[in-house]
Design a binder for this molecule. Structure first.
Ligand SMILES: C[S@@+](CC[C@H](N)C(=O)[O-])C[C@H]1O[C@@H](n2cnc3c(N)ncnc32)[C@H](O)[C@@H]1O
Length: 637
């Protein structure tokens, strides 16, 4: 069935659809089903407005650091899963007998917090909420105090981290075991992120431990200091399930059995799990490094050995615990050249684009024996042919800029509403617009250096097509994608709706709804359901008779053809013009609506209205939705 790609319907800041929650929005009308959802929606409005210039409707100026109540959504999750009675994360105080067990190295059960699926989902949302808020405050600080020196970027993280702590927007989970909401394979760029999530509570030290005088140590761990987490760096040898970790000290003198080393010895003797985070160099990361959560390990032995600085050091040998997602599937970079024959049913192809994309797109199946249907992989939209030539849309206007394009100078940038670029200096879309004008093939500026060409440079993030349990194929990201980043275009054959109606299979048809949006825009007095005026787009050079267009990506398409619908999507659609000027045929670009953790399925709202699909007799056709979102509508249409 044909999906209506939900296009932005106004330049009002609330139209950042990745966070639309329980609202279904179409053609400027949003229906929100509960007051709670409306509240969430309002919160996402206010957090997004941080990057806007001028005074917002709620009276807060653009430069304001977010107010405390904007963190309510995050803190509400926190209340539910951290302090609510539903989830018992805290271990009960052990009886004497239990303490004996602890002391005799018995495996401590319950250390991997047993959390139900729905509570885990709450915890996940809480976790992602923290990351999103942190990145929003950090980006805002960076934008306000622009500093061209990349090595100074960390100071904005420090400011943002301090602000998050001041606002009490962090996870205060402070115990041994798994942190709910954090998943194996999650990647981070900043040590502040680890701290705010409660994953590793030290900004510099590699061993994070509970002190022996802490409440938890006194009640659960026999007055012993025990380790919560360690960061394994370059000197530590990690081979998937096995880790040789070098303890503290050993630089100036022999390392001693104290502080972190002692806590690791205690964890070993008590048989307690330790969270392991791997630190690696990563040139793609803002900080030049990446932290990846590898899961829970147990210290199985320790010994004194010669260290890299000539003094003896304590070395700890750790083994990964069972019952955790396998590292091979969660961390594909562990096996850069996967051997297809050794993993039948898991890795089907290392690159479904067959080299056409600059970043390979893997296909994996851990569910059944199916493989994706064959299709032609294309990176740009294909236009229909008539009388032997492609029916190309109107020519785009071009700028005369030399090298790069700046606000107030470039004629393409100026075509955007407000006369300013839609992107910030990091190339993130600042907010959703009716349409974004980028520079194009006729422009004079440099294809590489121009900052107004964000969505035409192909795939940047590692995406993976995977077999879902109930939705066929889906797409997940293998990288953390920051909010506002361009993810991919939806390519396919561009057809008129009349031609598309004759196509047999309509599962991969996407309506381009620019026309109805344009109609809404042409009524200056029209109001969205929230009472905000819909902004009027400047007059366009499109023809008087608008045609409805549809993209069919079944036979020709790209990775976007596998992206599923969600009632709480993490992507949103932004129409972009760069190589032509026809508003009815804008490029369908997908952007991240929030920080998307690695290994998360990516999704957008297909935009169906319920009961809008009928058979030839007029009977409603319903299709179940399996997006699994907390407030799923239960039906796609
Ligand atoms: C464009 S395709 C998406 C990729 C598709 N899952 C596949 O296997 O190729 C759209 C189809 O995917 C399925 N789908 C997408 N999102 C879904 C959801 N939330 N619940 C159930 N099915 C979904 C529906 O069958 C829909 O018609």
């Amino acid at each position: 069935m044909r999906a209506l790609v939900t296009l932005p319907t106004g330049d009002s800041p609330e139209s950042f659809p990745g966070r639309s929650g329980n609202c279904s929005c179409n053609s400027g009308i949003c229906i929100c089903r509960s007051s709670m959802t409306i509240k969430y929606r309002r919160q996402s409005i206010s957090t997004r407005t941080q990057t806007h210039k001028g005074v917002q409707g709620n009276g807060s100026a653009e430069g304001d650091i977010v107010e405390v109540d904007e963190f309510k959504e995050v803190n509400e999750y926190k209340e539910v899963f951290l302090t609510g009675s539903k989830v018992n994360l805290a271990l009960a105080t052990p009886s004497d007998a239990q303490q004996q067990d602890l002391m005799s190295s018995a495996v401590v059960k319950n250390m991997i917090a047993e959390v139900s699926d729905s509570d885990e989902e709450d915890a996940r949302q809480f976790t992602l909420g923290i990351l999103t808020k942190f990145s929003e405050i950090r980006r805002k600080a960076q934008q306000d105090h622009w500093d061209p020196n990349p090595s100074n970027k960390s100071k904005f993280a420090v400011q943002a981290g301090a602000k998050m702590i001041e606002l009490k927007c962090y996870n205060d989970f402070n115990d041994v075991g798994r942190v709910p909401g954090v998943r194996v394979g999650d990647c981070y760029s900043y040590s502040y992120e680890l701290l705010l999530l409660g994953l590793h509570r030290h900004l510099r030290g590699n061993i994070c431990h509970l002190s022996s005088t802490s409440e938890a140590a006194r009640t659960k761990y026999s007055n012993l200091s025990v380790v919560l987490s360690i960061i394994a760096g370059e000197n530590d040898r990690i081979n998937g399930e096995k880790l040789m970790f070098i303890g503290q000290g050993g630089k100036q003198k022999q390392s001693r059995a104290e502080t972190g080393n002692l806590a690791l010895m205690n964890s070993c003797n008590l048989g307690l799990p330790v969270r392991v985070i791997r630190r690696e160099k990563d040139t793609d990361s803002d900080t030049g490094q990446r932290f990846t959560y590898y899961g829970l390990y147990k210290v199985v032995k320790y010994f004194l050995d010669s260290g890299p600085h000539g003094h003896s050091v304590y070395k700890f040998f750790l083994l990964r615990e069972g019952n955790q997602p396998s590292l091979e599937t969660m961390l594909p970079h562990l096996s850069p050249k996967p051997d297809l024959s050794s993993a039948p049913g898991i890795l089907l192809t290392a690159d479904i684009s067959d080299g056409v994309e600059q970043t390979p797109v893997r296909v994996v199946n851990a569910v059944d024996v199916n493989a994706p249907d064959t299709f032609q992989y294309i990176t740009t939209v294909v236009y229909p042919y008539k009388n032997g030539s492609a029916q190309l849309p109107f020519r785009a206007q071009a700028c005369e800029c030399v090298y790069t394009c700046e606000n107030g100078v470039c004629s393409c940038v100026k075509r955007n509403s407000g006369n300013v670029s839609a992107y910030n200096d990091d190339g993130h879309l600042i907010r959703v617009r009716n349409i974004v004008y980028e520079c194009g093939p006729l422009c004079n500026c440099s294809i590489i250096a121009c900052r107004n060409r964000v969505s035409q440079k192909g795939l940047r993030w590692r995406l993976e097509v995977f077999r879902t349990m109930s939705k066929g194929w889906g797409v997940r990201t293998l990288d953390l994608i920051p909010s506002g980043s361009f993810v991919c275009e939806l390519t396919g054959e561009l057809l008129t709706s009349t031609v598309a109606a004759e196509r047999e299979n309509d599962e991969y048809l996407f309506n381009l709804d620019f026309h109805s949006n344009a109609r809404a825009r042409n009524k200056p007095s029209s109001k969205s359901s929230k009472g905000k005026p819909v902004l009027v787009e400047p007059a366009t050079d499109q023809g008087s008779k608008a045609v409805h267009y549809v993209i069919d990506c079944r036979l020709k398409g790209n990775v976007a053809r596998f992206i599923n619908h969600s009632c709480k999507p993490n992507l949103f659609v932004q129409g972009v013009l760069h190589d032509h000027a026809d508003l009815n045929r804008g490029h369908i670009m997908l952007f991240a609506g929030e920080d998307i953790a690695a290994h998360t399925e990516i999704s957008y709202d297909y935009g169906y209205e319920l009961d809008s699909v009928r058979d030839i007799h007029g009977n409603v056709i319903a299709k179940e939705c399996h997006c699994g979102a907390r407030f799923c509508r239960k039906r796609m249409y």
